[in-house]
Design a protein around this ligand. Structure first.
Ligand code: NDP
Length: 286
């Protein structure tokens, strides 16, 4: 393997330690501890594990936790009322609605109920609009994690060819906007892209966020490229990414493994967003 691994676990640990330090300084300066409210509707076991992980990580860095769980048959109005209440609660700096909610609920409408100042997932239309306009705001956690990895490895982005495969609101679009903000030349690909391999071969920085194991072939990776694999796929071989890892690592300069790459970054960036939200609400710019 020629490529150096980007160790997401280690970078996430560094970010978490920095947030813990900054939260301690914040509270020592006389401010209330930042608070993260999570809202889980229903009893999906995977979602319960994710929410539990977020609450545990918050407690470890000194963020106060507000863990709200609603029955699977909770109505739209009930969830909306809770989100409104959390928006008004000064102890709550960040609100995270665990997605997806049960199918009888309108996830889009619920997301829009979240106070944009507390939108630590960065998924409200206001947050997306601020990002699209290049204005300060809360950024979605996984894309912010991708950028943090690139920054820590000092990957030059200005003028670089960046190719993003996937155009979801959660990952692809915000990653592309963040790369553009760093003056990369960004190409977005999706399921209708013609000759995906040819487009990927141009990339100095290649981001895969699709959810199809091995979709990005090793020989699509340019020699010396930086490859970030956001994909998480459960296969018979265990968890794998969207990139054919072994072959891609022969050609790349830097590459993220799956697991242990982008995955751990998401919670770390959620913690950082919660602190940033608390500081912004107190009128102190981060
Ligand atoms: P979505 O399913 O919302 O989006 C997938 C995107 O991939 C779509 O834009 C789709 O195109 C595109 N796509 C599908 N098939 C192809 C193809 N054959 N060629 C090119 N593009 C294709 O997924 P998410 O963005 O939510 O997630 C992507 C992956 O990242 C998943 O594996 C998910 O598990 C993982 N993930 C990991 C996180 C982490 O913490 N590490 C966090 C969030 C997600 P189109 O729009 O045309 O349909």
């Amino acid at each position: 393997m020629a490529a150096e691994l980007i160790d997401g676990k280690e970078i996430a640990q560094q970010v978490r330690a920095e947030v813990a330090r900054d939260v301690a300084a914040w509270t020592e300066a006389g401010h209330r501890a930042p608070g993260l409210a999570t809202v889980l509707v229903g009893d999906d076991p995977a979602s319960a594990v994710y929410v539990g992980g977020k609450q545990k990580a918050s407690a470890e860095v000194g963020i106060a936790g507000f863990d709200h769980r609603l029955e699977a048959d909770a109505g739209q109005a009930q969830v909306e009322a809770l989100l409104r209440e959390l928006g008004d609660d000064p102890r709550v700096s960040g609100i995270l609605l665990q997605l997806p909610p049960p199918p009888h609920l309108d996830a889009g409408a619920l997301t829009e109920m979240i106070d944009p100042a507390k939108d630590v997932d960065g998924l409200t239309p206001i947050s997306a609009g601020l990002l699209a306009k290049g204005r300060p705001g809360l950024r979605p956690c996984t894309p912010a994690g991708v950028m943090e990895m690139l920054r820590r490895h000092e990957v030059p982005l200005e003028g670089a060819e960046a190719v993003v495969v996937g155009r979801s609101d959660l990952v692809g679009k915000p990653v592309a906007a963040l790369l553009l903000a760093e003056n990369a030349t960004v190409t977005m690909c999706h399921s209708r892209t013609r000759d995906l391999g040819e487009v990927c071969r141009r990339a100095d920085v290649l981001i895969a966020a699709v959810g199809r194991a091995g979709l990005v072939r090793g020989d699509w990776v340019k020699e010396g490229a930086v490859v970030i694999d956001v994909g998480i796929n459960r296969t018979e071989q265990g968890l794998t990414g969207d990139v054919e890892f072994e072959a891609a690592a022969e050609r790349a300069r830097l590459i993220t493994p799956v697991p242990g790459g982008v995955g751990p970054m998401t919670i770390a960036m959620l913690l950082r967003n919660t602190l940033i939200a608390a500081q912004a609400q107190a009128g102190v710019l981060a």
